[in-house]
Ligand binder design. Structure first.
Ligand code: AMP
Ligand code: MG
Length: 419
């Protein structure tokens, strides 16, 4: 087991251990946000035939050569084609067909003149423009051609992809399975939110916050409840999560007398890959796996609420995204100017809870207050986590640092350039 490793090394050890989960086939409307497991090839051509892009008249462009407002040309209206209909016959020279958006172009026609450029006159139509061949015509296959690869494996399905799959006549689609995550909280002091908190008890808030983080990452979380600080009770609790894809335990991974998580995991057959990451908050993070995939990936998260959430954010979230087939595993990162000077000792990378204000062309990061790993309220205020590198001891006001953006709305806030 490795110990005292860098954040970067820990991330590599976690992600190297993970491949996307196998596919499952689900209905297209359910697939929003899921990741395509195989490429999609078009089974049909879209549009299936040349059709009109406008309400107007389908005709032969050559018949209107030289036409203009001053010198209109008149054609005989032979028939009408509505969307969903079809032409009764081919269009002859000197003829036009009344046509509506989406209706198939009659054979013989090669252009459409929009209604606004014409004047109806009984059985005839006066045209004020000379269209080029193909004008206002949607060509067969201009969207998709049968046999063409339209969506690559690894595509995260958004609304246009769902629409495209539907257009192709697909009802089902193979996507990567979503990871099942089991969450166990350990600690004699822990109670549920509606229970008595006298006598130094605290609510097991981590179970709720971690489940919310799982849901936000598209994973399916199950709360295994609270285990007492005994090896026996912890073992019982951890066993309940062995059938999941990922097992998260919170607390009990430090070096205290009541911290039994690591030895119990080893007893269950879990190989601990690392314990201790040079970061703050979150040093005691533990990661383990079962050989040959015979059990879940295991994260022993520190118990302090901010440590649990920040280690989830740095390691568990990317892991869940990779299991779900996602290619992008990180949050957006912006470079922000410091609104105040930050100092720390060299050695551990700090994730500093900050607000992000857009000031002109730049972002300015300011601490949200008390950075203690037990102070959840300052994480609730944070719009980003500022990366204070391990060896740095000071980031002066006005200097620039990277910030992981937790609240993507920050990116949408209009600066003066957009206002
Ligand atoms: P431990 O890792 O057991 O030393 O716990 C560190 C700190 O986190 C202690 O102050 C615990 O009370 C707190 N803590 C542990 N588990 C939870 C939990 N599930 N929810 C909220 N706080 C917790
Ligand atoms: Mg404890």
């Amino acid at each position: 087991m490795r110990t005292g490793i860098s954040v970067e090394e820990a991330r590599r050890l976690v992600l190297d251990a993970i491949a996307p989960l196998p596919p499952e086939t689900i209905t297209v409307p359910d697939a929003l946000g899921r990741v395509l497991a195989v490429p999609v090839t078009a089974g049909r051509t879209l549009p299936p035939a040349d059709c009109s892009a406008m309400d107007g008249y389908a005709l032969r462009a050559a018949d209107l050569a030289g036409a203009s407002r001053a010198a209109p040309k008149t054609l005989a209206v032979a028939f009408e084609v509505a969307a969903g209909g079809s032409a009764p016959r081919a269009l002859g020279p000197g003829e036009a067909a009344r046509i509506f958006t989406g209706a198939p172009l009659p054979p013989g026609a090669d252009a459409v003149v929009m209604q606004e450029e014409t004047e109806a006159a009984g059985e005839r139509v006066r045209c004020f423009v000379a269209p080029k061949p193909g004008e206002h015509v949607r060509q067969a296959g201009e969207d998709v051609r049968a046999g063409e690869a339209v969506l690559a494996a690894g595509t995260r399905l958004a609304a246009p992809h769902i629409g495209l799959l539907a257009s192709l006549g697909r009802s089902f689609v193979p996507v990567h399975r979503r990871p099942h995550v089991a969450i166990l909280s350990g600690g004699d002091e822990l109670v549920e939110p509606d229970e008595d908190v006298t006598g130094g008890r605290i609510v097991s808030s981590n179970a709720y916050a971690l489940a919310a983080q799982c849901a936000e990452a598209g994973a399916l979380a199950t709360n295994l409840g609270i285990a007492r600080d005994t090896p026996q009770d912890l073992e019982r609790g951890l066993r309940a999560g062995l059938a999941s894809d990922v097992l998260l335990s919170s607390a009990g991974v430090s070096v205290g007398d009541h911290d039994h998580v690591r030895p119990v995991l080893e007893k269950l057959g879990c190989r601990l890959v690392f314990w201790g990451v040079e970061m703050k908050p979150g040093y005691p993070l533990t990661f383990g796996r079962f050989e040959a995939g015979a059990g879940p990936l295991v994260f022993g998260l520190p118990g302090n609420p901010v440590s649990a959430l920040v280690t989830f954010e740095q390691f568990v979230r990317p892991a869940l995204l990779r299991l779900s087939g996602h290619r992008t595993l990180t949050r957006p990162v912006v470079r922000a100017q410091l609104g105040e000077t930050l100092r720390k000792k060299a050695g551990r990378l700090h994730f500093v809870r900050v607000t992000l204000a857009r000031e002109g062309e730049r972002f300015v990061a300011r601490s949200t207050g008390n950075q203690s790993s037990g102070v959840l309220s300052s994480l609730a205020l944070a719009q980003g986590l500022l990366v204070f590198p391990a060896e740095a001891t000071e980031l002066a006001a006005g200097s620039v640092a990277e910030v992981q953006v937790l609240d993507a709305d920050v990116l949408a806030a209009p600066g003066p350039a957009l206002a």
